[in-house]
Ligand binder design. Structure first.
Ligand SMILES: [Zn+2]
Length: 116
């Protein structure tokens, strides 16, 4: 029973990654799309164990990206899951992949200083 091994399909890991995606998108959208019409993000898919009840305010574009990211994370067939950047599969649709790279570039370094 290796404790350090992350199992891709572990609901706790999925929820943790989902929370991170939500946090990143929230930071990014708040900084870049503040002028857009934004509405509260919710995600409650019967087949997907990721729950976001009181999500952040996101614009339509970021809502689509976040939904795609969560679905792709949940459906990830690789175990252990590699970092998406180094993954050989590239499951994201190209348009979303480009957007997510921008989000990661912006929110990744900033989130390091905002733990907890
Ligand atoms: Zn946005």
């Amino acid at each position: 029973m290796a404790k350090s091994k992350r199992s891709t399909s572990d609901p706790n890991e999925i929820q943790k990654d989902t929370d991170k995606l939500v946090r990143f998108l929230s930071m990014y959208c708040g900084a870049h799309h503040g002028h857009r019409l934004r509405s509260s993000f919710t995600f409650d898919h019967p087949k997907i164990q990721a729950r976001i009840i009181n999500g952040p305010d996101l614009c339509n574009e970021c809502v689509a990206l976040l939904r795609h990211a969560i679905v792709m994370r949940v459906l990830c067939p690789l175990d252990p899951k590699p970092k998406c950047r180094t993954c050989p599969q590239h499951c994201y649709r190209p348009i979303y992949r480009e957007q997510m790279e921008e989000v990661m570039k912006y929110a990744g370094p900033r989130s390091l200083f905002k733990k907890g």
